[in-house]
Write a protein that binds this ligand. Structure first.
Ligand SMILES: Cc1ncc(COP(=O)(O)O)c(C=O)c1O
Length: 415
């Protein structure tokens, strides 16, 4: 593919590969390094570290590793972690022609999304989104002046027929990209099945746009069968996949990664380097050592436990919804992720319900309108998060929700 044509005007202006890349393979251990601005390691304040894991065992960052962490390092991520995430990517996604792709470590999925959008989007470009989608994509799209093409979803996510129809209406610009969060979608909890994924991927190929697959809930799917990711289906090299350790290990470590075709990955690395030089190494080293200690078995046991935890929370949330909201609201069973997407019956917009009545009763849901590309539009949905609240708190929150819905309906009837 000719990737240049997908790049934004701004991204095209930076067209030299980083200087570092040009000497990396020519430098040996014997090279006299008088070229760089590395800090003298004798000023580093930390010698080594030991972290106690939940099971009581410890993980040590040796003096050698600590020195490496505290020094400037690779622009695209700590080498050993990159190898490990590449192994995970191959194991779970078997991407076609992986040798033509590269991985770039980022500060979580969010930075990955921002870097990819910066790389691709010009003002006026269209981006296809699900009609309720992760709201932190919107500030990025707005900053870049992109236009959104919002597609209605059903229980499987974006509807292909509606997508085709919407694409046919675009006559005044380029559809550059589709943004998708296909597993445990935030906020709707849907997991797109294989047939739907194939249909949508084919539409992307026919209409020649890039698919940005944002998949932080990949390991939190409650379905029997895990459908192939868009990256797995990507025979043409048009998928950029964003992964994250936030939802399965820790959000505060801020480690995620983008898998992208090499010509685009190279540009992403340039953007990392011109904004932060490199992502902080210590969290990457910690993660990498953890993955080494666990091995694949240990990693799988961990993600299984994470998935079970959220599945149990989801079930408790559904029970509470049945108890308190039957007749007042409708919802579909989340097939993954951390959220229940609830439609409040007989209410056209949930803003006042959430932002005034709810907060007055000390309960905070998220109003549905924030997940819409056009934020001002009235929206009868609210998002309930079961990610960190206790079962008791969720039960209490939904009990209060029922009360404030009744209150709102009564007051709207009062002349
Ligand atoms: C769909 C989606 N994408 C990206 C992110 C950001 O994740 P990270 O912490 O890896 O930046 C979130 C966080 O909630 C999310 O729900």
């Amino acid at each position: 593919m000719n990737y240049l044509k997908y790049m934004s005007e701004l991204a095209r202006r930076v067209n030299r590969p980083p200087y570092e890349k040009q000497f990396e393979d020519k430098v040996s251990a014997n090279t006299l390094q008088v070229n760089d601005g590395l800090t003298d390691s004798s000023v580093f304040p930390f010698l080594k570290a030991s972290f106690t894991l939940l099971d009581g065992s410890s993980l040590t960052v040796s003096p050698r590793l600590m020195t490496a962490c505290l020094q400037y390092g690779s622009l695209d991520g700590y080498k050993q972690l990159k190898e490990q995430v590449e192994e995970l990517t191959n194991r779970f996604h078997s991407p076609p022609r992986m040798s033509e792709r590269d991985i770039v470590v980022t500060y979580g999925a969010q930075q990955g999304l921002s870097l990819v959008c910066n790389l691709l989007l010009n003002p006026g470009d269209y981006v296809v989104v699900e009609d309720a989608c992760y709201y932190m994509i919107f500030p990025i799209l707005r900053r870049l002046g992109a236009r959104t093409l919002s597609i209605q979803c059903d229980s499987q996510g974006m509807e292909p027929n509606l997508l085709r129809k919407a694409l046919a209406t675009v006559t005044d610009g380029v559809v550059k990209m589709m943004y998708l969060n296909p597993c445990g979608t935030n906020p709707t909890g849907t997991c797109m099945d294989e047939t739907r994924r194939r249909d949508i991927y084919n539409i992307a190929c026919e209409n020649d746009f890039i698919v940005l697959e944002d998949d932080p809930y990949y390991f939190i799917q409650f379905t029997e069968k895990t459908p192939p990711s868009f990256l797995s289906l990507d025979t043409e090299g048009r998928v950029l996949r964003v992964d994250s350790f936030s939802k399965i290990l820790s959000a505060g470590l801020r480690v995620g990664y983008v898998t992208a075709p090499k010509p685009l990955a190279e540009r992403l690395i340039m953007s990392v380097s011109d904004s932060v030089l490199q992502c902080t190494a210590l969290p990457q080293v910690l993660l990498s050592e953890l993955l080494c200690t666990w091995g694949h078995e240990g990693f799988m046991q961990h993600v299984k436990k994470v998935c079970q935890l959220y599945r149990a929370r989801r079930d408790a949330t559904l029970n509470a919804a049945d108890r308190h909201l039957t007749g007042l609201c409708e919802w579909t069973i989340p097939a993954g992720g951390m959220f229940l997407w609830i439609k409040v019956l007989g209410v056209t917009d949930t803003w006042i319900l959430v932002m005034e009545r709810g907060l007055k009763r000390d309960v905070h849901f998220t109003p549905g309108c924030v997940f819409k590309a056009k934020e001002q539009q009235p929206c009868p949905y609210i998002r309930v998060s079961y990610s960190s609240a206790t079962v008791e708190h969720i039960d209490k929150a939904l009990e209060i929700l029922a009360e404030i819905i009744v209150e709102e309906k009564q007051e709207s009837k009062t002349p």
